[in-house]
Design a protein. Structure first.
Length: 319
């Protein structure tokens, strides 16, 4: 049985604290660079102390969103104000802590550079955690830190996220689960709804292709998985790998994609406080043989003073 809880939320924009809000919506994902949020303020906030709210807040202001139950507040989002809506009720759209790294600019050309040195160059002041790899013929022209990391994701399959003053960059298949938070979601206790499909390994037609360089002007590709035109192809570029290592990478990615388990999403309460990149242990008293743990690829957090407080957790691979 789901317990009755009194929900509460608070938003801070610049120096202004909003103790009452109509709603907020937060999207987190490990597959995209940066999280986003939108906030709807009640109509009475159009003016504050007789002045327009625009006299107090502006784009670029620091934003913090807190929420919880029974008078307790937890930080759910930290970032910057990107846009202020002109209609009432007022909507504020926000980017996470990557926001200032969209405003800078770099121009350089390296014959070869380590990934760590590149990241330290474009993200000064951050502790960098990343694979030990070399990048060849890497250049940028008037590109922001954010854009450069988007290129690393597109060309090398490297995903980036910020944790405080730490920048973590890595491949999705090599997730270190010892560093992730694990939460328990129980169908009969703290789950609002599910949209799940049970799949077997035999249901998948997947092939992983790893591009490791060029040979005679053509891409040199190492693959693992199903053959044929009907196969879904997951492509990775890793030019610093030997063919033998690339085969292991392809096999590991395939094993993470093809498994006996659930796909889909689980909508839970505002707690436990799941986030993208965490893992979840899912249990159902009526199907105990299907209990298991999964990486959470994406989380959508919704708070509405009339509709409740929930987290929709999108499952990635089984762990």
């Amino acid at each position: 049985m789901i317990p009755y809880l009194n929900m509460n939320a608070r938003v801070i924009v610049g120096k202004i604290r909003f103790e009452n809000i109509s709603s907020f919506h937060i999207e987190e994902t490990v597959k995209e660079l940066g999280d986003t949020a939108s906030i709807i303020l009640p109509r009475h906030y159009k003016k504050l102390n007789g002045k327009s709210l625009l006299d107090y807040i502006s784009t670029g202001d620091k934003v913090e969103i807190y929420a919880g139950y029974n008078g307790k507040y937890h930080l759910e989002f930290e970032g910057f104000l990107k846009n202020i809506g002109s209609e009432a009720p007022m909507e504020l759209t926000c980017d996470d802590m990557f926001y200032p790294h969209k405003q800078n600019e770099f121009t350089f050309s390296y014959a070869t550079i380590s990934l760590k040195k590149l990241l330290e160059h474009i993200m000064p002041g951050y502790e960098v955690e990343c694979p030990d790899m070399k990048l060849v013929k890497f250049q940028a022209h008037k590109a922001s830190s954010f854009r450069i990391m988007k290129e690393l994701q597109k060309d090398y399959g490297l995903f980036s996220r910020l944790q405080g003053k730490k920048l973590i960059v890595g491949f999705s298949y090599s997730w270190d689960f010892s560093k992730t938070k694990r939460h328990k979601l129980h169908k009969q206790k703290n789950v609002k709804s599910t949209n799940l499909q049970w799949k077997k390994e035999s249901d998948y037609l997947v092939r992983v292709e790893v591009t490791v360089g060029k040979s005679a002007g053509k891409d040199k590709i190492v693959s693992f998985g199903a053959l044929g035109k009907d196969a879904v192809v997951n492509r990775i570029t890793m030019t610093n790998l030997s063919e033998a290592d690339a085969k292991q990478v392809a096999k590991a990615r395939y094993k993470n994609t093809v498994y006996n388990g659930f796909t889909g999403d689980i909508t839970s309460l505002g707690t436990p406080r799941t986030h993208a990149g965490d893992s979840v242990e899912y249990e159902n008293d009526f199907e105990p043989d299907k209990n298991g743990a999964y990486l959470i690829e994406r989380v959508v957090i919704d708070y509405n003073n009339m509709g409740g407080f929930s987290r929709k957790n999108y499952l990635s691979y089984k762990i």
